[in-house]
Design a protein around this ligand. Structure first.
Ligand code: ADP
Ligand code: GN1
Ligand code: MG
Length: 398
């Protein structure tokens, strides 16, 4: 096995092999990985953490000479992140910058507001297991929960403010340029092209079973250009953005409900603030789960939308251009559409990208996103007015 710390060097032991559940189970490597990050410690307990669709995340409890310690261990999905070491380098840079911007806070407060990477005995922010897979470790932030309770406006506000603040704190990042960890990640047009290609391939023989969803998705194609046109026309700038702004990806204090650290930093890279806001709307504007099988329960809630816009604008302060503020409402539609297209594509491809928990899971997810898109479109006038009012209240509207 070879495992080297420079970018672009692949890990030879596992090269060419797709590491997913059912292949090499990450659980079998937890003890070895824990020892790399905490030499000499004994692994007392381990359990899966969260509901991510891509990486494998575990909470481990260690005994370090009689002292207990909890760490989050994450195995990166190399099928999705072709260059995991570039991901780690981005994360180190981003966390260093965020920590500097929080220098005014007491260390114990800062440790809850920004993730802390654990380094190996050799001082590296990642390690390889014996199968050549890349892992990282964070200190577990105690007395916190992720995933604001769906449908509670005060919590939606907190999460939105945290993502807005994340953009603001990274606006003056002046370190080495961040790597693009997944090219064209929020290129909605290319996502539609990928759907069209998947329909033509029909790799899993599923096209006939979801004609209706394919037609609905293709009818909405004009949406794919909305944010990209703004960017390509020079109206909307590239910023350092999070790109995976689901409710789950912010920790809230268990007692006060206040937002703490922003999580899931693998896709932090240059992008559009509107894509971050759009994904936040997708996950936070409805009480329905992302995979709700009963689409009649999927509605966008104006009160939640108001909380999301108010929180985001509060967090981002005056960073956004007026044109960005004017497109907050439509951004929710665009990203909801984009993720619908991605789930549908993956269903047609035979579920090769997003982890599924049941047959047809990606199709359910796609249907839910399409239902949410319809609800957002039905209410688009009201949502535009809500965003405009939030902007005025935040002192950025006209
Ligand atoms: P995934 O890619 O699997 O979604 P995340 O980084 O979002 O990975 O972590 C999954 C879940 O683990 C989060 O939703 C959160 O509940 C929990 N979590 C992750 N990191 C920490 C941490 N440092 N402290 C406390 N909980 C964490
Ligand atoms: C994936 O890793 P996770 O579960 O937070 C995906 C996002 C999607 C999301 C949909 C790297 O996020 O883009 O919006 O699922 N992440 C990647 O739930 O593709
Ligand atoms: Mg996550």
């Amino acid at each position: 096995m070879e495992c080297r710390a420079s970018f672009g060097v692949m890990l030879t032991a596992a090269s060419g092999r797709v590491a997913r559940d059912g292949d090499v189970r990450p659980e079998t490597h937890l003890s070895e990985v824990a020892h790399a990050f905490a030499p000499g410690a004994a692994l007392r307990h381990a359990a899966r953490l969260g509901h991510g669709h891509i990486n494998d995340t575990f909470l481990v409890e260690l005994d370090r000479g009689g002292r207990g310690q909890r760490l989050v261990l994450q195995r990166l999905n190399r099928q999705v992140f072709a260059d995991p070491l570039a991901v780690m380098s981005n994360i180190e840079r981003v966390l260093d910058h965020l920590r500097r911007t929080l220098a005014g806070f007491a260390p114990e407060v800062r440790a809850r507001r920004v993730l802390t990477l654990v380094h190996t005995g050799e001082g590296s922010a990642w390690t390889c297991d014996s199968a050549g897979e890349v892992w990282r470790a964070y200190l577990f932030i105690e007395r916190a929960r992720s995933g604001a309770t769906a449908g509670v406006p005060a919590e939606a506000f907190q999460v939105a403010r945290a993502f807005g603040e994340f953009l603001r704190r990274l606006a003056d990042y002046d370190g080495p340029p961040l790597a693009v960890t997944i090219p064209a990640f929020h290129d909605t047009r290319r996502r539609v092209d990928a759907l069209v290609a998947a329909v033509a391939r029909d790799a899993a023989g599923r096209v006939a079973g979801c004609r209706k969803e394919i037609d609905l998705a293709l009818e909405q194609q004009p949406l794919a250009a909305v944010l990209l046109d703004l960017h390509e026309g020079g109206l909307v700038p590239e910023r350092i953005t999070h790109n995976d702004t689901k409710l789950d990806n912010v920790l809230l204090d268990e007692i006060t409900g206040e937002a703490l650290a922003v999580l899931d930093l693998d896709t932090v890279m240059p992008g559009m603030a509107l894509a971050d806001f759009g994904d936040l709307v997708r996950s936070g504007v409805t009480t329905a789960a992302e995979d709700e099988p009963d689409c009649s329960r999927v509605e966008a809630d104006p009160e939640l939308f108001a909380a999301l816009t108010a929180g985001f604008l509060d967090g981002v302060a005056k960073l956004l251009r007026p044109v960005e503020v004017e497109h907050l409402a439509v951004a929710g539609q665009v990203v909801t559409y984009e993720i619908a297209v991605r789930f549908l594509t993956d269903h047609l491809d035979g579920d090769t990208y997003f982890r599924i928990g049941r047959p047809g899971h990606n199709l359910d997810r796609a249907r839910t996103q399409l239902a949410l898109l319809r609800s957002l479109q039905r209410q688009q006038g009201a949502f535009r007015r809500i965003a405009a009012r939030s902007a005025i209240e935040a002192g950025v509207g006209s």
